[in-house]
Design a protein around this ligand. Structure first.
Ligand SMILES: [Mn+2]
Length: 411
């Protein structure tokens, strides 16, 4: 038996033996998918449990109460020092610190798995293969390709997989799907409504029907083919890989899984955790998404209009203050970096419950999560992340010190 399976078996035994369990999970799509899977698992095993969704673990956070087992999902690996012994950590972020807990992280085995897939592998050992569906949603939310055996399980429970154009948003007008296409970025078209309209018109694709904007899902097969050809030519002309126009897409509950993961992430950022968890089980709410998009565009406008300060040095820094809500900082940094062209490594700061939240995005793989963790800890904060993104919290007023350390880094 391999080491990961062995640890998952130990986790299963610990759950079987526990009386009262507390789940602590991350507020993003992957974390909420973990919550969906784990709460079903524990309910089916008739376990008494409580759940808490958190934005991050803060220094000095204490985990006690009347529980004999804590389960941390999609967080914990970067903060092992604060994890009690009687815990299972199922996480895939960079590892830092030490704990006597049962720590399960696929990085230790050179694997890249989302936390929800990890939690699903545990659920699978209990025989609950239907819980593979939220695992695929969580994986897609973290932009990690779900493993083939998990996809195979999910295909038996309503998931569909097919190759299709990678532009997405079957719920938005087709020209807007092009405007918002970031994977791939279509040079000259992404970000420009007029260019997208012109591009489609040239391909002979009608934008409106009966006075309504047409959605991608409403195009005829012939129009889709023309659009695919057009995109391939466009990418080749800009020296890009034309295969990027296509992607393996997953569908479930009548929707593209990327749309579901966007919805679940939106729920998390708005603090609507119950809805986010239900979102992994088929719930969807158009109005909540509208509310989310409005808030997000207010953040992007604040950056664009100079309402929040941007400092360009070796790397770029966005000072969100109290204008950018902490749950919107990461996405604001990501999108600003892509649309404003403010360098290949961008750091955002904003206020967060008496701390300063830090969020970093880079286009270069430099294990930036580990680096951010190190800098945040040196400032008496906490942090971590992945290869291309990282985040953390630092004490109020320590932004300058953070910048001093970060500027010495070659990213
Ligand atoms: Mn995750």
């Amino acid at each position: 038996m391999d080491a990961l399976t062995c640890k998952l078996r130990k986790a299963k035994e610990a759950i079987e033996a526990a009386e009262r369990i507390k789940i602590i999970t991350h507020h993003d799509c992957d974390g909420l998918a973990c919550a969906s899977i784990l709460s079903k698992l524990l309910t089916r095993r008739e376990k008494d449990f409580e759940m808490e969704v958190v934005k991050h673990i803060t220094p000095g956070m204490r985990f006690d109460g009347d529980f004999d087992l804590f389960i941390f999902t999609d967080l914990g690996s970067g903060n092992l020092d604060v994890i009690p012994k009687s815990s299972i950590v199922l996480d895939h972020h960079e590892i830092s610190g030490n704990s006597d807990c049962l720590h399960i992280n696929p990085r230790e085995y050179g694997m890249e798995l989302s936390a929800s897939v990890l939690v699903y592998l545990l659920a699978r050992s209990f025989g609950f293969k239907d819980l593979s569906v939220p695992a695929v949603i969580g994986s897609v939310g973290d932009l990690i390709e779900p493993p083939e055996n998990v996809v195979t399980d999910a295909l038996q429970f309503g998931l569909e997989a097919r190759n299709d154009l990678s532009i997405y948003g079957s719920d938005r007008p087709v020209h807007m799907a092009l405007v918002y296409s970031f994977t791939p970025v279509i040079p000259g078209i992404t970000g420009s409504e007029s260019a997208a309209v012109e591009f489609l018109s040239k391909l002979g694709i009608k934008l409106k029907e009966n006075g309504r904007w047409r959605k991608y899902s409403e195009l005829t097969p012939d129009e889709r083919r023309r659009l695919a050809d057009g995109l391939v030519k466009e990418l080749i002309a800009s020296g890009m890989d034309p295969n990027e126009a296509f992607a393996r897409k997953f569908f479930v509950f009548g929707r593209d899984v990327r749309e579901i993961s966007t919805f679940v992430n939106a729920c998390g950022r708005l603090g609507e955790y119950d809805k986010g968890i239900k979102g992994c089980e088929g719930f969807y709410d158009e109005n909540l998404l509208k509310r989310y998009r409005k808030k997000l565009s207010a953040c992007l406008d604040a950056v664009r209009s100079g309402k929040v300060m941007i400092e360009r040095r070796k790397h770029s820094y966005i000072f969100g203050g109290s204008v950018i809500p902490d749950t919107f900082l990461g996405i604001t940094v990501s999108l600003s970096m892509k649309s404003l062209g403010i360098g290949s490594s961008v750091v955002g700061f904003c206020e967060s419950d008496g701390w300063i939240k830090v969020s970093v995005r880079t286009t270069r793989n430099r294990r930036v999560g580990q680096l951010i963790g190190k800098i945040c800890r040196s400032l008496n904060g906490l942090g971590g992340g992945h290869e291309f993104s990282g985040g953390g919290i630092i004490p109020l007023g320590s932004e300058r010190e953070f910048i001093r350390s970060f500027e010495t880094q070659d990213l």
